[in-house]
Design a binder for this molecule. Structure first.
Ligand SMILES: [Zn+2]
Length: 80
């Protein structure tokens, strides 16, 4: 005999999808509670505590990681 309880009927696709979505949401909430996010002093984006910011590379007022300069957007042709 199986140790797990067996399902009696096959679940429909939307029903199983819904159940999976609820499960994913629960897991995400649990993970978010565990991770301690703080705001970056310089740019204000969320970062992990005790780690340099991923977007600007600053930690405690000093630049730790050298970040690449953002590429300039391709300019559209100007009509003359
Ligand atoms: Zn930052």
């Amino acid at each position: 005999m199986s140790k797990k309880p067996t399902i009696k009927q096959k679940l429909s696709k939307p029903r199983s999808k819904r159940r999976f979505a609820v499960w994913v949401h629960k897991i995400q909430e649990r993970l978010i509670k565990r991770i301690n996010l703080v705001k970056c002093d310089k740019c204000g984006s969320p970062r992990l505590s005790h780690t340099p910011c991923r977007t600007c590379g600053y930690y405690r007022g000093r630049q730790i990681i050298k970040m690449k300069e953002p590429e300039l957007k391709k300019t559209t042709k100007v009509k003359v």
